[in-house]
Write a protein that binds this ligand. Structure first.
Ligand code: SF4
Ligand code: SF4
Length: 472
């Protein structure tokens, strides 16, 4: 039976409830009165239930769909302004005992080169990332208790935080590792991780089991209940996501929002972020073999409705997506993007030989971080390297309270400008620097508080003179 507050995967992600929601949305996709009511409700920024959101996603009335896109843009502007937080993935190891059929790191792939970074190699990767200008990483590693035990992940996190090359520093390490025990989540928390990220891939149990035929990940309940264990272990910022294309989008879209509702109802705080990856080609993976591919148009709709349904949750897209797609979804709701990413183990310090594809997925957006920053500036957006909340202890419900009160904008805007200034001083090309300085001058005016604007001005000057790491 459906129960969002249950701790059992099949009760909070309930198959019958998802099917009933899909049917309800199909029956109401032209119901103008209902859809207008939902849009009005969403304008109050209180979000929508999974069922209501699915009706919006399916809406076939063009004028109402336009209103929906407009509302997503407004919500994005209101909560996130024109700031986009930058991050990069760091792959530690591609040893994996699982059998995920959409990932080239699956156990049976014998022709991919297996690699696990030593702490010295991690140092080199992190220096390369710091020299690009990154401050925020997402650690990625396959599941392998022998090659990648939790101790290895913890050592790697320590190594990453310790490195300070020139003015560089990684100030927030988010971690994307396999579902684990409450005790291991506690250890990750103690190691100072930011967000714990785990993608569900698909919420459809039967398909999930087929897509994950081997290894611990085959266990649907273990995987689906992982965020509950992470929160029990004290990690209060968790990031969820599905891999669109593995299963029918309606099902996974609904499951994703039910998962958010579940976390909110049990722990009083929903997910910190939602990621929206789409399946991509890779070494022995042909994305076109998956029948449930999501078109660019539908993808934009999914992003817009997620923005409306969970206005306070950050949304992430990676370099899987092309420049054109990224541009479209940035204004609709995405608040974090990766830049200059390498999706293979050791790919930052050393370029991978062209004939050797050991990346987890093909990257569509192959631009350097400086090119991505330059492009965002041209779009009038503020590339932000801010990591302040986690370092100030603003996580979980403390963070959500600030976001819901709108007060967070008083921190985000100056922090974005100060971290952008650091980037311009330390890493940017001449052209990016000029565009960035002009943007900072314009955007300073948008800091509402006189006191904060004045302090930001002082801090910007001090950054010019070599001081780093100011934050509100
Ligand atoms: Fe392993 Fe993750 Fe790839 Fe699955 S998706 S094979 S768990 S690395
Ligand atoms: Fe994110 Fe907090 Fe920085 Fe705003 S102030 S960008 S919410 S880390």
């Amino acid at each position: 039976m459906y129960n969002p507050a249950s701790r059992q995967a099949e009760e909070f992600i309930n198959h019958e409830e998802i099917l009933a929601s899909i049917q309800y949305a199909q029956e109401n996709k032209n119901n103008r009165k209902l859809i207008e009511g939902l849009l009005e409700k969403a304008e109050d920024l209180k979000g929508l239930s999974h069922r209501e959101a699915l009706v919006l996603l399916e809406c076939e009335e063009p004028d109402l769909a336009d209103r929906m896109f407009q509302l997503a843009r407004e919500i994005k502007r209101k909560f996130y302004g024109n700031r986009i937080v930058m991050f990069a993935p760091l792959y530690l190891s591609n040893y994996c005992v699982n059998g995920c059929i959409y990932c080239p790191y699956h156990l049976k792939n014998r022709h991919i080169a297996r690699k696990k970074l030593t702490q010295e190699e991690i140092r080199r990767e992190v220096i390369a990332l710091q020299d690009m200008g990154h401050k925020r990483l997402a650690l990625e590693t396959g599941e392998d208790p022998v090659n990648n035990p939790i101790e290895y992940v913890l050592d790697s996190i320590r190594t990453i935080y310790e490195i300070h090359h020139k003015n560089g520093a990684i100030r927030r390490v988010n971690v994307n590792i396999a579902a684990t025990t409450v005790e291991n989540y506690q250890r990750l928390k103690e190691a100072g991780i930011g967000t714990y990220i785990l993608f569900q891939e698909t919420y459809h149990k039967e398909n999930y089991e087929k897509l994950h035929p081997a290894g611990p990940k085959h266990d649907y309940a273990w995987h689906t209940e992982a965020m509950d264990r992470a929160m029990e272990g004290g990690i209060d910022d968790v990031g969820i996501g599905v891999l669109f294309g593995l299963n029918h989008y309606r099902y996974d879209f609904t499951g994703l929002l039910m998962h958010a509702e579940h976390l909110e109802s049990v722990f009083g705080v929903g997910p910190h972020t939602i990621s929206v990856p789409r399946i991509r080609n890779a070494d022995d993976i042909n994305a076109s073999a998956f029948e449930d591919a999501v078109s660019d148009e539908l993808f934009a709709r999914i992003v817009a409705v997620i923005r409306i349904a969970v206005p306070y949750t950050g949304m992430i897209i990676s370099t899987r997506e092309s420049k054109a797609t990224r541009e479209k979804v940035l204004e609709l709701g995405v608040s974090q993007i990766s830049g200059g990413s390498r999706t293979s183990v050791g790919g930052y310090a050393e370029e991978e030989p062209e004939d050797e594809n050991s990346a987890q997925f093909d990257v569509s957006d192959t631009r350097t971080l400086d090119q991505v920053v330059n492009w965002l500036l041209e779009l009038g957006m503020i590339p932000s390297f801010c990591t302040a909340c986690y370092r100030e202890g603003r996580t979980g419900d403390r963070f959500m309270k600030l976001v819901k009160s709108g007060q967070i904008a008083n921190c985000c805007q100056p922090n974005a400008l100060m971290t952008l200034k650091e980037y311009l001083m330390d890493y940017a090309s001449e052209d990016t620097r000029k565009k960035g300085e002009a943007l900072i001058a314009r955007e300073m005016k948008r800091i509402a508080s006189d006191r904060i604007r004045e302090r930001t001005k002082q801090n910007l000057k001090e950054i010019e003179h070599g001081t780093r790491d100011f934050r509100f």
